[in-house]
Design a protein around this ligand. Structure first.
Ligand code: ATP
Length: 332
């Protein structure tokens, strides 16, 4: 079966700024694919390249079997990152306006219900809250009942309850066979919604795969965070790997010692150790690795490799190098 989105070695530069550098991805029918990556990594440029609003300098892209600039617009829904519809239309009028652009649109009231805005349908767009406005914008991408939906940061500015409404909506769309490509900075959103996640850094996808596989391959081990002001040397004889305050993974706090690779059932042994050694602590928390660990690890590796390249430094002493990146990309 042909992929719904198929991009190979996309390149795009804005003057000296390289936005895409060999970006490749393939998304199958009915799949939800989440693009994550630091600010400026190229996510929006990639979405715009795939939706025909940016012409790449190199590489190839096919979307719904056509080039992005000639794809059948009735089959495509796009929510841009920045979207400013006319202010002096009500939410319902706005959706009706966009629905009018298509041959066989959905009923705007059904779309209002989908995005949880039935009660505010008659409110002018400019009088809606920021999160409500974003939900209307999400609705505007749905009026043509698209087969393929691009959502560039769909839930930015939406409150937790509204975010869940949008998540359920995306899940329902995917269940009904819609292919969804979204970008997000919300790792919980990516982990919950995505069949596969692609991590974009410096314009290329350095890792992609199902969230659980990325976590297994790149997330590291579980961590028991011990909030303490005690001398970290006091942990020297603990039988688990220990990271000093602020060391190890980017996520480790400055005010805590982190005990690695410990089964929840064994936490009692650490508590006993703390008591036996009279180590005072204010809080203990245990967590399994998640997508945020993957993100921080791989984005950090890329950043360190780039700094190293810019400074013309060599490898060694733990500084990330090309082989680290190659390793990071093994799941790509
Ligand atoms: N129209 C443009 N003109 C000049 N530079 C641009 C343009 N669009 C994007 N860029 C640059 O290209 C790079 C990638 O930008 P892009 O918006 O694709 O990143 P992003 O991953 O979507 O970032 P964010 O997470 O902040 O939305 C950035 O350095 C940005 O400044």
């Amino acid at each position: 079966m042909e992929a719904v989105v198929d991009a190979t070695d996309l390149e795009k530069a804005y003057g000296e700024t390289v936005a895409l550098s060999g970006a490749s991805l393939s998304v199958g029918g009915g799949e939800v694919f989440a693009l994550i990556g630091p600010n400026g990594a190229g996510k929006t440029t990639l979405v715009r390249t795939l939706t025909g609003t940016v012409e790449p300098d190199g590489g190839t892209a096919r979307v719904l079997g056509a080039s992005p600039s000639t794809v059948d617009r009735d089959r495509l829904g796009v929510l841009p990152q920045s979207f400013s519809p006319p202010d002096r239309l009500s939410a319902r009028e706005l959706l009706a306006y966009y629905a009018g652009l298509y041959d066989d649109p959905r009923d705007p009231d059904d779309v209002l219900a989908d995005v949880g805005l039935v009660d505010t349908g008659d409110t002018w767009y400019e009088n809606l809250s920021g999160g409500q406005q974003r939900r209307v914008c999400v609705g505007s991408a749905l009026v043509n009942d698209p087969d393929l939906l691009f959502l560039d940061e769909p839930t930015t500015g939406i409150d937790p309850a509204g975010r869940r409404t949008v998540w359920r909506l995306i899940e329902d769309l995917a269940d009904a066979g819609t292919t969804v490509v979204l970008t997000t900075h919300d790792m919980a959103e990516a982990e919950r919604l995505a069949d596969r996640v692609g991590l974009l850094a410096d314009g290329s996808l350095i890792a992609q795969g199902p969230p659980d596989r990325l976590v297994r391959d790149h997330g590291g081990s579980s961590r028991l965070t011990v909030e303490t002001a005690a001398d970290p040397d006091a942990f020297d004889t603990l039988e688990y790997p220990v990271e000093r305050p602020g060391r190890g993974r980017t996520r480790n706090p400055d005010s805590a010692v982190v005990v690695r690779d410990i089964d929840p059932a064994a936490i009692g042994t650490v508590v006993d150790y703390l008591e036996t050694h009279a180590i005072e602590y204010t809080q203990l928390s245990w967590a399994e690795p998640d997508l945020e660990d993957v993100y921080l690890e791989l984005a950090d590796t890329t950043e360190r490799a780039r700094t190293d390249r810019l400074e013309g430094g060599g490898t060694g002493d733990g500084v990330a190098d090309e082989s680290d990146l190659a390793q990071a990309g093994e799941t790509a």
